[in-house]
Design a protein around this ligand. Structure first.
Ligand code: ARG
Length: 427
């Protein structure tokens, strides 16, 4: 495992570092088992933290030769969450891809750091059972196929956390003394993912202490909160008429929606590696903005585009979930999605109330809603007479089919379809 040095200098590895036990142990592991100098990269993607300077200090204390703290929030919103918004991205129609979206961005910085520091290796602290390892490694291979990947957590054989803590303590790594919540958490601007502990039994109700972004809907205000979200070409650009950056809108929506108890998910999800897992999420801002965006698209997108786009959205979410952010199909779908967003400009009114969200209004200069066509009042401009011929032709193939089945002795066309025993009629 040990890497050879050429000129007496050690080879270098760039490690995705969070400050937690696993990635701290990774620093020492990479030094001791691989004889590498470690450059830690800490990404600020909007996760909860008590100060990333302290995380950096810890990386250095643990033995990293350098630690870069990178504020990725703006880029996360502008380059990643804009595309996620265009795709209304929900894996399996439910999960807004919180972790899946941050991994490629973090990986981009790992690869950049590897180039800047002349590192041959990139490492991450993911387990061998999850999606995140796939996302990191697939993205690394896409961005620089020459870099080598090390996944220490897949190498070491600590079976339990106490074993890992013992190794850590023996190697002078600061071991958390406070009894950390027994969950595995990953969070960013787009929400929080919570798994493990009691959540591993899908029948257990999620305990209240897993939540930090949302309040219990039962404790939510008795008055609804109404907010108007404006979009410019599919990207949120204002709240209640006040121009704001997308990043600030997400932060604000997390507060508004979370403060109304909106945005909790409890679901069973299919991981790429073949495991069904029980996942709890808090995604107040993400879900609210996606709902608003969909409502505006309903108004602005032509029917065929809207319908076709639904399939593209599912495929996009599946690709990104599966770690294929940097891949040719995903990029081609981005081009399609970007094209559809040209006229998704307008405003949607949202009403939050005790854990619920309702869209109560939408308007746009690009609205394809035509009052004269839709109204049942005297302004009605719809050609009612044209409907007859339209339906006659629309139903024609079905009518011919029905006539044939009846001629062949079926009591009704429906009977033939349900029984499906074609030979009864061909005998
Ligand atoms: N299941 C989610 C996903 O694959 C969340 C994973 C987040 N990781 C964690 N340590 N909770 O995107």
């Amino acid at each position: 495992m040990t890497q050879q040095t050429t000129d007496g200098q050690k080879d270098r590895v760039v490690l995705a570092y969070s400050g937690g036990l696993d990635t701290s142990v990774c620093i020492k592991w990479l030094q001791e088992q691989h004889n590498l100098d470690v450059i830690a990269v800490v990404g600020d993607v909007g996760q909860e933290h008590d100060g990333l300077e302290e995380v950096k200090a810890k990386a250095l204390r643990t033995g990293a030769i350098e630690c870069l703290v990178v504020d990725m929030r703006e880029a996360f919103a502008e380059e990643y969450l804009t595309r996620a918004m265009a795709a209304n991205s929900l894996y399996e129609n439910k999960y807004p891809l919180v972790s899946a979206l941050s991994r490629p961005l973090i990986t981009k910085h790992l690869v950049d750091a590897a180039h800047a520091y002349g590192a041959k290796y990139v490492a991450h602290g993911c387990t061998g059972k999850g999606n995140d390892q796939v996302r990191f490694e697939t993205s690394i291979m896409a961005l620089d196929p020459d870099l080598e990947i090390i996944a220490p957590v897949r190498e070491w054989d600590f079976n339990t956390r106490p074993q890992e803590m013992e190794w850590a303590a023996k190697h002078g790594i600061e071991v958390p003394t406070t009894n950390k919540k027994p969950y595995s958490i990953d969070d960013n601007l787009w929400g929080r993912a919570i798994e493990c502990g009691v959540l591993e039994d899908p029948w257990n109700e999620p305990p209240d202490d897993i939540y930090t972004m949302t309040i219990d809907p039962a404790d939510a205000p008795d008055e609804p909160t109404v907010v108007e979200v404006s979009f410019e070409q599919g990207v949120p650009c204002a709240l209640d008429g006040k121009k704001m950056s997308y990043l600030d809108i997400i932060l604000e929506m997390n507060k508004i929606a979370g403060g109304n108890g909106y945005g909790r998910l409890d679901l069973i999800e299919n991981r790429l590696v073949g495991v069904k897992s029980r996942e709890c999420y808090e995604v107040p801002g993400a879900l609210a903005l996606i709902e608003a965006h969909k409502a505006l698209e309903d108004l602005c997108l032509e029917r065929n585009v809207l319908h076709y786009k639904l399939g593209i959205e599912q495929e996009w979410a599946r690709l990104v979930y599966n770690g294929l952010w940097f891949s040719p199909l995903k990029e081609a779908l981005d081009a399609f999605l970007a094209h559809t967003q040209q006229c998704v400009t307008g405003t949607v009114r949202l009403r939050f109330y005790k854990g619920n969200l309702a869209v109560t209004g939408r308007k746009s200069d690009f609205s394809l809603y035509n009052y004269e066509l839709a109204t049942y009042d005297e302004a009605d401009a719809f050609d009612h007479a044209a409907a007859k011929g339209f339906i006659d032709l629309h139903a024609l193939t079905t009518k011919v089919w029905s006539q044939n089945r009846r001629a062949q002795g079926a009591q009704s066309a429906q009977f033939a379809a349900v029984e499906g025993t074609a030979d009864e009629f061909t005998a």
